[in-house]
Ligand binder design. Structure first.
Ligand code: DC
Length: 201
């Protein structure tokens, strides 16, 4: 199943919970771009960085920072970087037993035939407040205004790029989580998936 949407809309939490509920594997594809962006910040060429990725890169503890998020969004705009990362994502999606992938282009480009597609959104202000709450313990000097600016810059770059821009697939169900708590958002997502799974599942 494909779960797309902008930063901090709730995709990650929803994807993990949906995968746990149905017993599917889960891949946060943002981590792939973050790991590539991290290598580029460390001085590597973007395409070399994407080609050199190994599973341990995705487990690095320094990927969830504002600097790496912006670097990820920048490398993600390069068509050759995206092309280098397609096979890994498609192979993960095809694994027996089912998989949930979350990202920006899963329902449109990586898995256009996914059984269920969700596009998760929330207002800019709600997303910025959620991201600030997540980052504040590690980055005490961050402000809501700075987080909001960063999110908007990243969304604009992700949505306006030519290569696999962030957009809902035509057959995606849109889920606005602005006024939902985690439990409500997860329950809504599970209903969407349940309705689309073959009856035997
Ligand atoms: O989901 P995230 O915030 O960790 O993603 C980081 C960046 O990676 C995001 O700003 C754009 C890029 N990305 C992408 O282009 N395509 C994906 N499928 C996932 C992430």
């Amino acid at each position: 199943m494909a779960i797309d949407g902008p930063a901090a809309a709730g995709k990650g939490t929803i994807s993990k919970a949906v995968a746990a509920h149905f017993g599917f594997a889960h891949l946060d594809t943002g981590l792939i771009y973050r790991a590539t962006g991290r290598r580029v910040l460390d001085g590597e060429d973007p395409l070399q960085a994407a080609r050199a990725l190994v599973p341990a890169d995705l487990a690095r503890g320094d990927l969830r920072t504002p600097e790496v998020a912006q670097a990820a969004s920048r490398v993600a705009a390069l068509p050759e970087v995206r092309a280098a990362l397609v096979n890994f994502q498609r192979e993960f999606a095809r694994r027996a037993g089912g998989a949930v992938l979350d990202g920006r282009d899963i329902g449109t480009v990586i898995c256009p035939d996914a059984e269920a597609k969700l596009f998760v959104t929330a207002s800019d202000e709600v997303r910025a407040a959620r991201r600030l709450a997540e980052l504040a313990p590690r980055f005490p000097d961050l402000t809501l205004a700075k987080v909001l600016d960063d999110l908007r810059a990243r969304d604009a770059r992700d949505a306006e790029r030519e290569a696999a821009p962030m957009r809902p697939a035509k057959d995606a169900v849109q889920l606005d989580t602005s006024k939902m708590d985690i439990g409500e958002a997860v329950a809504a997502a599970i209903r969407v998936v349940q309705d689309r799974l073959p009856p035997s599942a």
